[in-house]
Write a protein that binds this ligand. Sequence first.
Ligand SMILES: [Zn+2]
Length: 355
Amino acid sequence: MPTRRHFISASAKGLLGLGAIPAFAQSSTVGQPPTVWPISAPGQSATHGGRQATGTGLIYDARYLDHVLPNRQGEPHPERPLRLVRMMEVFAERGLDQELIPLSVLADPMSAIRSLHSPEHVESVRRIEVTGPVAELAVAGALGAVDAVASGQVKNAFCASRPPGHHANNTGREEGFCFYSNAAIATRYAQRVYGFERVLIIDWDYHHGNGTQNAFYDDPSVLFFSTHDWQAYPGTGDPSLTGEGEGSGLNINAHLDCGARDVDMLRHWDAKLLSAVSGFRPDFIIVSAGFDSRRDDLLGCFDLTDDVFGRMTRTAMDLADEYAEGRLVSLLEGGYNVEGSALAAAAHVEALLLG
Ligand SMILES: [Zn+2]
């Protein structure tokens, strides 16, 4: 994966001397039953329509730590378990773990995965020892969050999961640290199982969500809004590409230059997202929450502060309140400055908890 910066910075190296890992963030063994929360069945008590749910759910499973990508240039891979470990630590330090409602992962995500990915891709990923099952578990987490939000168990939810998903296509291999297209699968699942008709996907990761774009490029039932650096990996995300066929106008690519600040990001939201949403009127919102768009990321070059992640979250929630009875599911994508990503994710979750 091409980088603008060497992926080990001084700040990240400083995090290697972490303190004690919270008990709920300890690693476990893939294949064992979850030790934290029980597993739900799909489609339980779908009651969307008319009921205003409250509370913010959290998907986290210690098995997400078991997936480890090979070292690069003698250093730990940037998409590493420490990202989640530190995120859970910061949540605990701020007391967020006491406020978040633990959610169950979906028992069997395979039919949903197969609804989007080719048999060849699925079989190839499933053959990857340890990583294959964890990639399935990331999807299962996203779908568990959809279940909880769609059924009214919680108003919104954040998935502290890995591997990420928005670069995954059907190539039979990892792309940009992604294996399955978590956000796209969750979108299809929300539509198929719960009958939602128009899903808005907001992707604020530094990189373009090419897998998500590809899944819905001609689909009139999904509005995809991605802010990213078009010059970075994977080289897609041309702002002139706006969808095709019945999906024309529903693919919004917004480019930001290196050094982009909060105001630059928010300008795109004002100019491009808000008007599109008023015409689209989504009944469910999914956020591809990548925090490599935050300042000081190892793979990104934007200058966004933690504050803007809270502000974007608030705006997304306002849109959800206006059009979708508050329904919003957020999925962790990138973010490789371990400390910075944890802080930005905390700002994101603190906003979600405000309801
Ligand atoms: Zn990214």
